[in-house]
Design a protein around this ligand. Structure first.
Ligand SMILES: C[S@@+](CC[C@H](N)C(=O)[O-])C[C@H]1O[C@@H](n2cnc3c(N)ncnc32)[C@H](O)[C@@H]1O
Length: 306
């Protein structure tokens, strides 16, 4: 039986193959690198390009690029950066053709790196922001959203500084909803209410009571809180909750992300808002009156201004 940590890594690997999931990031990158957009247009097309994934974990997404037709067309140098040395040892063993760097994105990691033609950041911003928010909460007893936005912007400015002109930024992560309307539903899963109680009591980013349940089993909660619960459901069931309760996946709304990316000097060339886990969400709850689920993920592609 894998232990809790091992189970966490296994789940992360499985997530690479989900349709609409994070695999869309390297796929989009490959699409945008063909001579249609940004860097690869006309005379800017180089025979050899370089890219980096920030927070690459075990390197599974870099491998998607390494195996793509992009790698067959151009000579690509791929780097992966992470601060987790056990993930990097695993990555080095799995993908020896990729270069892995051990840096902390909250420090001055960008100094001295060679300029790249793309940077990809997948499911990392929410980890950094969660950590920053919890540290901030410890110091000042509240979760400072503006402080978190500033940390995000500083990271984007560093990305900008390591990119050649016209280079591509690909960001994939969780997205928050602006829809706080109330919805009503029943759990199809007989353990649903117990799991929701556990979530509401233990999630480190709760701000107030999250739901009301009636004796008939009807639950009323905001779409915003429902989204937070649904994105953590797998973790609660799979016993990785001890790690996941310290991370919020809904750090920023789409507008906040898009504006911060623009402010850092990128023009947006592509956006996708998706729900990779829609089927599992639909199998968990039965709405009293039907409603649309909020989006789970955002994928944004930007190009660095010249
Ligand atoms: C959810 S994993 C995503 C891994 C990979 N991008 C993927 O999607 O398969 C987040 C990764 O970000 C890394 N990470 C989080 N905070 C970091 C930091 N401050 N500096 C460098 N890496 C960080 C973690 O170690 C972890 O490997």
């Amino acid at each position: 039986m894998p232990n809790r940590e091992e189970k966490y890594w296994l789940l992360r690997k499985q997530n690479v193959s989900k349709p609409n999931g994070k695999r869309r990031a390297p796929e989009t990158l490959v699409d945008f690198f063909l001579p249609r957009h940004g860097l690869t247009q006309g005379e800017n097309l180089k025979e050899s390009i370089s890219g980096i994934e920030l927070g690459c974990g075990e390197g599974h997404l870099l491998d998607v690029i390494a195996k793509s037709h992009l790698s067959k067309t151009l000579n690509i140098k791929l780097d992966g950066l992470d601060r987790d040395s056990s993930a990097l040892s695993c990555a080095k063993e799995l993908y020896p053709q990729i270069n892995f760097l051990n840096y902390d994105l909250r420090k001055e990691w960008h100094n001295g790196l060679q300029p790249y033609d793309f940077v990809m950041i997948v499911n990392v911003i929410h980890e950094i922001v969660s950590e920053v928010l919890l540290e901030n909460k410890k110091a000042s007893n509240h979760l400072s959203h503006n402080f978190a936005l500033n940390v995000f912007q500083q990271l984007l400015l560093k990305c900008y500084s390591i990119l050649n002109p016209h280079s591509v930024l690909i960001l994939f992560d969780g997205v928050d909803t602006q829809d706080h309307s109330l919805v009503e539903f029943h759990f199809k899963d007989p353990n649903g209410l117990e799991l929701l109680h556990m979530f509401a009591n233990e999630f480190r980013f709760c701000d107030g009571s999250m739901f009301v349940s009636s004796p008939t089993g009807k639950i009323q909660m905001s779409k915003r809180d429902l989204l937070r619960f649904l994105t953590k459901y797998d973790a609660i069931v799979n016993n990785t909750w001890g790690i996941e309760r310290n991370e919020i996946y809904q750090t920023f709304t789409y507008d906040e992300m898009a504006n911060t990316i623009r402010k850092a000097g990128f023009s947006l060339i592509h956006t996708e808002l998706t729900i990779a886990d829609l089927k599992s969400w639909e199998s968990l709850i039965e709405p009293v009156t039907s409603f649309e689920f909020p989006f789970q993920h955002v994928l944004i592609a930007g190009v660095k201004y010249a």
